[in-house]
Structure formats: structure tokens, C-alpha cells
Ligand binder design. Sequence first.
Ligand code: SAM
Length: 270
Amino acid sequence: MAERDTQFTGPVPEIYDRFMVPLIFHPYAEDMAARVAALRPGSVLETAAGSGAVTRVLAPLLAKEARYVVSDLNPPMLERARAMQPPDARLEWSVVDAQRLNFPDESFDVVLCQFGVMFLPHRPKAYAEALRVMKPGGTFLFNAWDHLAHNEVTATVWETILASYPDNPPDFFPRVPHGYHDEALIRADLAEAGFSSVTVETVTRQSVAPSARAAAVALCTGTPMRMEILARSPDGLDAMTDRAEAALQLRFGTGPIAGRIQALVVTARA
Ligand SMILES: C[S@@+](CC[C@H](N)C(=O)[O-])C[C@H]1O[C@@H](n2cnc3c(N)ncnc32)[C@H](O)[C@@H]1O
């Protein structure tokens, strides 16, 4: 994992939250929040919470005496999440690496992580940490994007970027966010960490954007893909966004756009 793969910093947190979250993360935030709320947890830890896509949906669903710790590696993402959240005494904010949790053993009923595990170089270590801080009988929930072929809008932008750098192709999308969809590997990583009861579901949703431009801005400038483009073309962000917009318009039309998105949703217990 290159350092820039996990750099959700600079202008990224704001662009991510405004454009990426509605495009592909909010539909799964609703799914994740419903799954967590159904467990009626008294204490929840969210890792890799980013700009708060799940937090905003889940907090209103939790009991009024519940404890909800919201954490991420990158302070600017967490600051965005905090700024977007109404005052809520149940919430605690923590800058923490999901692979080295700074919480005592058996602290939480539920640990959740939405689209964060793909960014972790040591997943069995992170899963073992989740298990350590879970109370007996607790639940670990996470999701991960399926193969790019099942995620139409991102795949279209990815093909455009790939065609623009044939000699030095950036590989962030297939290598990181869409690089951990092998169910056997996920099960093996969880088993190594000590989980014995695991379910993996494939969940399909619609990704919508008000325009091809909004989706192009999201995917070219609101993720660490931005850094991969800038590393190849220091002034190339606008041109790449224009090209991605044109490709999206060709495939999905010139008005609001919609495409299929797909992820694996994992529930694990000791
Ligand atoms: C694709 S975003 C997902 C954010 C959020 N969960 C959502 O659904 O929008 C991935 C997040 O993982 C965070 N991250 C990357 N490496 C991490 C680590 N080692 N520990 C905790 N968070 C990490 C990033 O800062 C980023 O906020």
C-alpha cells in the first residue's frame, strides 16, 4: 500500500463528502446503519469512518444512552464528519489506525467499518483488533467493493484514465478500493484473526448523480486517484475530469446518470 493511497487530505475530504458520498457511499451507509441498528447495540465503534457517511445515518437510529465512537486515520476526514454532525453527547471522535486500536478489550457491542478494510495493509491484524475490543457475543460488520466490472460508473472513469496513461497506468481503483472482493480471502483473513462465524452477502444498489460532471469530479478529484493523476500530469486534473465527464455522458446520457454498484457485506462473530 503506497502512502498516497490513504491520503484523504487537502481538498479531498470536502470533495469526497460532497460528491463521492452521494454517488456511491450513501446507499451502503443506509444498508450498514440498518444492520447495526437492528442489533440494538449499547456501544458502537466505527473505524475508517471518513467524512461520516454512516455516522449521519446511524446516530439517529441508536438508543439515547448508546455510546458511539467514530474514528479514522486521517484527521481532516474526521473533522469533516464532526462538522457535518449535529451536537450529540453520545458521539466520541477518535483519530486512530484501524490496525492499532487504542481501546480496552471488550469495549463495544458492535465494530463497523464501511469501505475501509481495502485500505489496510494488515487486514488480519485489524480484524484481530476489532475482535479484541468487541464484547463477548459482539458483531463485526464491514463492506468492501466488488470487482470494478460490477461498478459501472467507476469502471467508466477508470477506463478513461487508463487510456490516458497507456505507458504508466495509475492503478488505484482496481488495486485498492476494488482490490479486495475475493470471498475466500476475506474468510481466510477473518479466520486468521479468530472469527469463526462469518456471512458474506453480495449487495447491489443504484449509483446516482445529478450529472456526468458531478460523477467525474467525484472520481477524478475526490479520492486518492487525484494524487495518481497529479503525479503523472501536475496540471492535468481538469483535463482528466473533462475526459471522464465525456465518457460518462456517452455511456449514461447528458442528464442525471445512474449505474449499478455492487459490494460484499460481511458479518463476523467470534
Ligand atoms: C473510502 S473511505 C470510506 C469512508 C467512510 N467509511 C465512508 O463510507 O464514506 C476510506 C477511509 O479509510 C480511512 N483509512 C485509511 N487507512 C486507514 C487506517 N489504517 N485506519 C483507519 N482509517 C483508515 C481513510 O482516511 C478514509 O477516510
